[in-house]
Design a protein around this ligand. Structure first.
Ligand code: TA6
Length: 333
């Protein structure tokens, strides 16, 4: 049972779930594999205390991922971590709508941009495996404000989201499962709005997007990406649509791969850098030069909606790995 609700996949949870009682679960006297610090949960890899992730229960946002001491995510110095507004940075979770719905007749129309998952406090379910340290969080109507629930189909939808976060050496996997335990069919978008930290955006490239159809949110037009690698010298906001999940997006700095972004069952990816003017317009985007040190590469299902009938489940994952060789998966003309 979770929150007094019988989860369709409770058997899985029972089998795997080692509930983390109290504040700390220690694998050894030296390293705490999982620490529950009330508002945050910290995973530390047993092989290296410098490899860790920190998850804020508000929004179940991964606000830090350190690999051997190197921080790989960008978090604004102005990010609100007190639940007063969605966190600017880390891995915000976008559900049930990406962006702002423009179709007035769609059930997600009244919702704020990017929906309510990122500004709700998720339930920490506990640890499922000790090595690699893996934890789960859940979101259901019980965790969402009644105001937000009313904005989506007038509160008639029932849902259970289970987020699984697993930390391995050189790898972070975040998986989402969306379940419809209710009578009403609903449709939704999902997106991991991942903010990656880069040394200098003007030296940063993202590859393997060539020949992919994209919607340019700035030009409000669709075209096929013709750049073998995309670079950044102004505001950049493109939704790459139905990209085969064999394509691995690599964030490359001076010919060195920083992070590889792989997707499981997530057909789309948004690439975004706000640049100067957009950053200036976001009060919580600090420092104002921060656009030079971040790029968002955001795996999701946003180019259309996923539909779930009663009892159905859907799942998707982003798999982030550090370093490795540059893999060109395209025909360079
Ligand atoms: O993912 C890109 C995007 O949709 C941009 O258009 C920009 O709005 C960004 O998300 C940030 O949105 P937020 O609501 O977090 O300010």
């Amino acid at each position: 049972m979770y929150n007094g609700r019988t989860l369709v996949h409770e058997r899985t949870l029972n089998k795997q779930l080692l509930v983390v009682f109290g504040k700390k679960y220690s694998q050894s006297s030296k390293i705490m594999a999982v620490e529950d610090n009330d508002s945050q949960v910290v995973l530390t890899h047993p092989s290296n205390p410098e490899t860790s992730v920190t998850i804020l229960k508000y929004g179940a946002n991964v606000i830090s991922w350190k690999n051997k001491g190197t921080e790989l995510l960008w978090l604004s110095e102005g990010a609100k971590l007190d639940g007063s507004k969605p966190v600017r940075g880390g891995i915000p979770l976008v559900f049930p709508v990406f962006g702002k719905q423009k179709n007035e007749s769609h059930p997600t129309f009244p919702l704020p941009q990017h929906g309510f998952a990122r500004n709700s406090t998720w339930e920490f379910l506990g640890q499922t495996t000790a090595n690699p340290p893996t934890v789960q969080f859940a979101l259901s109507p019980e965790q969402v404000s009644s105001e937000s629930l009313q904005l989506w189909g007038k509160g008639k939808y029932d849902f259970t989201l289970i987020l699984t976060i697993s930390l391995e050496e050189e790898k972070l996997t975040t998986s989402i499962e969306v379940e419809n335990p209710g009578a009403e069919e609903f449709e939704f978008n999902w997106l991991f709005h991942t903010y990656f930290r880069v040394p200098d955006i003007t030296d940063t490239l993202v590859n393997n997007l060539i020949d992919q159809k994209c919607f340019d949110q700035l030009l409000a037009e669709e075209y096929v990406e013709k750049s073998p690698v995309v670079s950044f010298h102004e505001e950049f906001d493109r939704v790459y649509k139905k990209v085969d999940t064999s394509k691995i997006f690599q964030i490359i700095e001076f010919g060195k791969v920083l992070v590889n972004v792989e997707r499981v069952n997530l057909p789309d990816a948004v690439v975004w850098n706000p640049w100067i003017k957009k950053s200036d317009g976001m009060a919580d985007f600090l420092p104002k030069t921060g656009y030079l040190n971040m790029v968002c590469v955001e795996p999701g299902h946003v180019s259309d909606f996923v539909t779930l009938k009663k009892g159905e489940k859907w799942s998707g994952s982003q798999v982030l790995t550090v370093g490795g060789e540059i893999k060109v998966q395209t025909n360079i003309y």
